[in-house]
Design a protein around this ligand. Sequence first.
Ligand SMILES: Nc1ncnc2c1ncn2[C@@H]1O[C@H](COP(=O)(O)OP(=O)(O)O)[C@@H](O)[C@H]1O
Ligand SMILES: [Mg+2]
Length: 389
Amino acid sequence: MSVREAEVLALLGEHLTHAEIAGRLFLSVRTVESHAAWLRRKLAIPGHRELVRYAAAQRGATPAPLPLPLTSFVGRARELSDLAGRLLAHRLVSVVGPGGAGKTRLAQTVMSHVQDRFAGRVSYVDLAPVSEPAGLPAAVAEACGVADLPGRDTVAALLRGLGEQPTLLVLDNCEHVVNAVALLVESLVSGCPLLHVLVTSRARLVLPFEQVFTLGGLSAGGDAVELFVQRAVSAGWQAPDGAQLARIAEVCRSLDGLALAIELAAVRVPALGLEVVERGLADHEALLVSGPRVGHRHRSMHDTLELSFRLLASAEQAVLCRVFGVRGRFHGRRGNVRRGVRRGQDGRRSRSTRPARRPEPRGARRLDAGPLAAARAGPPVRRCADGRR
Ligand SMILES: Nc1ncnc2c1ncn2[C@@H]1O[C@H](COP(=O)(O)OP(=O)(O)O)[C@@H](O)[C@H]1O
Ligand SMILES: [Mg+2]
């Protein structure tokens, strides 16, 4: 769209007549009419009234504000510079790793570091609340400030809206709609030559032009201890001495450096004391819980891991149950986890791989995997709400 066409469109959005627009822009009425006709053709909008409606919606649509972190960001210096470099060099980068590792936080921080390279054209979408793949284009359009009119093709509107200017689009928490994200990203990246996309997900998109950036835990000696201390002190603990720092390093190691687990453990220290937290690690489910949080994903390690578990196919859930040797409680797919996790009355595992005759009620199941052991298994095989993989 040329600058003149954009001006005409904006004034149509203010409900000005062709004659009024001609007066404002010092053009003839015929020129305005021909710009309007071109706009209708380019935007595939049948009539004048629809064009005015589109222009008004476009005016009202403003990009969503970028998220503002509420806590300090700790460490990750190497990851920050690696990820920023890859994002500037490639059109699609996926930060992949277990839930709670710090993917969102890293992506948000990188986003703020590189936004000048995109002249501030950065859009961020948290996909956690998008439960159905069909809702994806509208959620992205809203975040990008692109008008999504009923009955219009939202992807086409996004392609026009993102256009040919350098833009960074961050799609956060994609794991449950990963196939829909892959399809949308492929369309957008091929249609917008200067668009770069940063994705965070527990599983990759599996696109041929995707760069995968695997994120593990924080280094147990340095960043992890720093995060633990910062969160414990914020919660009212006194700064630890040298001996306590060594014990904290051990706690962080046993939590695999997972940022979420560290935060959940650290905030319990002022009330329980370090020793009780150390002992409590044997029962992650009881210890690693928080108070109310806006998102349910990070209310506890259990919730975080259960989401990963639910994204697995039935057979994958069964394998996970077999491979990891500690307990945990997850909701499975319908009647599927019984294979390989049946227990006798003495609580020992049954070796049978036959499916159970009666499906187990949908609900809590005891797994042969502790939460962190399951997290260590890495991201699940891609499967999502649209059922394909
Ligand atoms: N480098 C970091 N510095 C400070 N806090 C962090 C860091 N990485 C993660 N966190 C915190 O840990 C929790 C989980 O991180 P998040 O990025 O949401 O994980 P993920 O997206 O991998 O599930 C959040 O509360 C986040 O603020
Ligand atoms: Mg996340």
